[in-house]
Design a protein around this ligand. Structure first.
Ligand code: SF4
Length: 408
């Protein structure tokens, strides 16, 4: 199964909230003359909701009435100051952007009360989370799986299609109880040992490693899926390896290139000039519509083994379907999406607007980066091809996946 969605814990995973939480706890303690806590003290008391945080912060023997009164003071202070010292961990914005570009949907599940959770997400990640749930009256909090299952339903995702990323033993227990993959974040509030003991299946030292982990899981899945459909699938860790591989495979042949920022970046055309009969309209050559090899990229490939391309002139779509003995589709890992729906969405909402801007088209997407399904005479997306299996008349069809981000 490919990964369609990631659920994040909030405090200690996406956001470093320790400063503002400590300020609010100490506001409640100060009012009653109790000893104040350090950020480290508060860190040790987190993970089971705000009421437990307050209960653990008061002197032993505090009754429910005192806890409730302090909780009210905490919330009043926190609501007024919750975005003062809080900030996303370094690397988190890159992760959010990387997940978005890969068509992976995201959600937040926190044991912080729902109103504050929503405010923080709206402030730091506006429009980026498909679902946000905090602690709500009448709903058991983590590690109970109820809210995780609610998110799966809202995202239309099966447990095996979801990663749960959190920094605490409660998060790992939550993931395991809901049957989703538990990923322990080591930059947060808990130790490696406690995450492993609670069932972490993967550990990441820094936020950016989440993208690496996601890509590894998706690439493995995608290669299996492509091969099952009859494609050949090759993985190259770097762009340089891919360029060498393609140059070797194409030497001595007649080779046509589809318009592709990825192929341009690889430098395959120049590498083949003395080794093959190359044709690329981007380099001023006359194009050919038949020959030994067609080299192209894709706007998206799905981890289910489908290739999606949008075209305006439609020469690239045509060459990738008919007229050549073999076709190689070269694709950076940033174009790998969980399924066909997200691949088509990526082609339409990410690749096409970026290409319209690159080409200087006067389309609405070139202005604001969003697709408006325009009727512009300069519209660049006029056909969308979804390749589900190698075309019958092609002898060899290969997808070359590259472990680097390339092209749009
Ligand atoms: S339909 Fe128009 S607005 Fe949408 S991506 Fe294509 S050119 Fe841009």
């Amino acid at each position: 199964m490919s990964i369609k969605a990631v659920i994040f814990d909030l405090d200690g995973t996406l956001l470093d909230t320790l400063g503002d939480l400590t300020g609010a706890v100490n506001a409640a303690l100060r009012r009653r003359g109790y000893p104040l806590l350090t950020e480290e003290d508060v860190r040790q008391r987190l993970g089971n909701g705000v009421r437990r945080l307050i209960a653990r912060s008061l002197p032993e023997g505090a009754d429910d009435g005192l806890i409730d009164a302090c909780l009210a003071d905490f919330q009043a202070h926190y609501d007024a100051h919750l975005v003062e010292r809080t900030h996303p961990y370094a690397g988190i914005p890159t992760v959010i952007e990387g997940m978005t570009r890969r068509g992976v949907r995201m959600a937040v599940l926190s044991n912080k009360y729902h109103a504050a959770t929503c405010r923080l997400v709206a402030h730091y990640f506006p429009g980026q989370m498909a679902v946000t749930l905090g602690e709500r009256p009448g709903v058991p909090r983590k590690p109970d799986p109820t809210s995780t299952r609610e998110i799966l339903r809202l995202l239309d995702a099966a447990p095996e299609e979801v990663l749960y990323v959190g920094d605490s033993d409660v998060d790992m227990q939550t993931a395991r109880s809901a049957g989703v993959t538990a990923v322990g974040a080591l930059w947060g509030f808990r130790s490696r040992e406690s995450l492993v003991a609670a069932g972490a299946e993967h550990l990441v030292e820094a936020p950016e490693e989440l993208i690496t982990l996601l890509d590894r899981l998706q690439l493995d899945e995608a290669c299996r899926a492509f091969e099952a459909r009859g494609f050949t699938c090759t993985f190259c860790a770097t762009a340089a390896q891919a360029a060498d591989y393609l140059t070797t495979r194409c030497a001595g042949k007649s080779v046509a290139f589809g318009g592709s920022v990825t192929l341009d970046a690889l430098g395959v055309y120049d590498a083949l000039r003395d080794k093959a009969d190359v044709h690329w309209h981007w380099k001023g050559d006359a194009g050919i519509t038949s020959g030994d090899v067609y080299l192209t990229s894709a706007n998206a490939v799905s981890a289910m083994g489908e290739i999606v391309n949008i075209d305006g002139t439609c020469n690239r779509v045509a060459g990738s379907l008919y007229g050549f003995d073999a076709c190689y589709v070269v694709c950076g890992v940033n174009k790998l999406t969980p399924d066909l729906t997200s691949a088509m969405r990526r082609a339409r909402t990410i690749a096409a607007p970026l290409n319209a801007r690159r080409l200087g088209k006067r389309t609405p997407c070139a202005v604001d980066g969003k697709c408006h399904d325009c009727r512009s005479p300069e519209r660049i997306c006029r056909a969308m091809a979804v390749l589900m299996a190698p075309p019958a008349r092609m002898r060899h069809y290969e997808i070359v996946l590259i472990g680097e981000e390339l092209g749009y």
